[in-house]
Design a protein around this ligand. Structure first.
Ligand code: NDP
Length: 383
């Protein structure tokens, strides 16, 4: 049976992993929408290869290039509204893989048509929180977690009652700087930060992994996806990234999901859900891996998980402010304008300065995001 799919952020790392799985099972999928921001040529090639119905660039200035690249093969559109319209087109599953809060509008459009959304775009859920989960309930949509940790938890929860959960533990690789000193961290460069030891990912999430803000965002994401209470959510550093997360039940049993560090595994679990599909990954060889080790996070050297935990405890607009400030600070770091260890400082200062009321609609969330970005830009001037 053929199923239809839209991929928001098709030119990125998660987009490429998703398209690799589609390519291997070409006759089973019909591609509706593929989107990018400005990679018009690449998007056009993908749209032609996968015979997409529509290709959309978020940056309207790139629409001419996209039109040239797709020719007469499919529709082409550009701009923020066009992204949302494409996401609202009927599809059996929408893979939400835009990076940052920029993906929020399109994700909400897919949710509002009551679709199944495979969510990689954690920043959208962190920023919108209950605005998104309420919309999921209201429109009868289904959220499937792509993030490997949340996908692991989702799998470990299958067939169990959330009331029986004693604790959910997110594993963290610790990133490329896990064993670095404060002095080394102060001098860390973007090239070093994007070189993750286990995962091949886009630049922004790679920096988030290096600061551990990725785990902070995931903590907030887990809070919304698996409402067991913040006191039952924990983080453990596990450098091998073999166990992707764990669920402990009240009878003392802990279930863990293991797998290779390749996003095609959790993506495949979403694409085939509730069934399973083949992936090209070799089987896990535990004898070869030998040892699995675990450490408590070091929140002195990597304060981001503490800052994120405090933001979700504060609630209201704080998680959206945290996310927006982090996006601004990471972009400044990648541009060589901010030291690595100042990223968490800018986020914390922005949280202290920017305290808008709790958002209750998509427009409110976007307004908080915009206000927090301006505030974070000001913080950069003194950082
Ligand atoms: P990439 O940077 O590799 O790709 C991002 C995608 O989003 C690209 O298609 C990009 O288009 C598009 N995009 C960027 N900015 C905008 C914008 N303003 N408007 C519309 N589209 C935009 O990111 P990743 O694939 O690494 O990550 C995507 C999401 O998935 C993130 O939220 C990340 O946290 C999450 N995630 C990623 C994992 C991974 O292994 N990479 C693992 C788990 C979660 P263009 O090419 O034109 O810039």
């Amino acid at each position: 049976m053929t199923r239809s799919i839209s991929i928001l952020g098709a030119t990125g790392s998660v987009g490429a992993s998703t398209l690799d799985l589609i390519r291997r099972n070409r006759d089973q999928w019909r591609v509706v929408a593929l989107t990018a921001n400005s990679s018009a040529g690449e998007l056009g090639e993908l749209a032609r290869e996968f015979d997409a119905e529509i290709a959309v660039v978020g940056d309207e200035g790139c629409l001419g290039d996209l039109r040239d690249a797709v020719g007469n093969h499919c529709e082409a559109a550009g701009g923020r509204q066009a992204l949302c319209e494409a996401a609202a087109r009927p599809a059996d599953i929408t893979v939400a893989a835009i990076v940052g809060c920029a993906g929020l509008g399109p994700v909400m459009a897919a949710i509002e048509r009551g679709g199944t959304v495979a969510l990689a775009n954690k920043e959208a859920l962190v920023s919108a929180g209950e605005v998104m989960t309420d919309a999921v309930a209201k429109h009868g949509a289904t959220l499937l977690p792509v993030d490997s940790e949340h996908n692991a938890i989702f799998q470990c929860l299958a067939g169990n009652r959330i009331e029986d959960v004693a604790k959910i533990t997110l594993t963290a690789s610790g990133g490329p700087f896990r064993e670095w000193s404060q002095a080394q961290l102060d001098a860390a460069t973007p090239a070093q930060a994007v070189k993750h030891p286990n995962w091949d990912m886009g630049a922004k999430i790679s920096v988030d992994s290096a600061t551990m803000m990725n785990k902070g965002l995931e903590f907030i994401e887990a809070h919304h996806l698996f409402p067991v209470g913040l006191d039952r959510l924990g983080i453990v550093v596990h450098p091998q990234s073999v166990i992707h997360s764990m669920v402990e039940y009240r009878d003392g049993s802990t279930l863990a999901q293991l797998g290779p560090s390749d996003m095609r595994v959790p993506i495949a679990s979403c694409l085939a859900y509730p069934q399973r599909m083949d992936t090209p990954m070799p089987p896990l060889d535990l004898a070869d891996i030998g040892q699995l080790t675990f450490f408590a996070p070091d929140e002195e050297l990597f304060p981001a998980t503490r800052v994120a935990r405090e933001a979700v405890q504060a609630g209201g607009a704080a998680p959206a402010v945290l996310n927006a400030a982090n996006e601004v600070a990471v972009a400044a770091f990648l541009a060589g304008k901010l030291a690595f260890t100042r990223i968490a400082v800018v986020v914390e200062q922005t949280l202290a300065q920017c305290t808008p009321p709790a958002p209750s609609s998509l427009d409110d969330v976007l307004a908080v995001d915009a206000e927090a970005r301006s505030c974070a830009e000001r913080m950069l001037e003194t950082a």
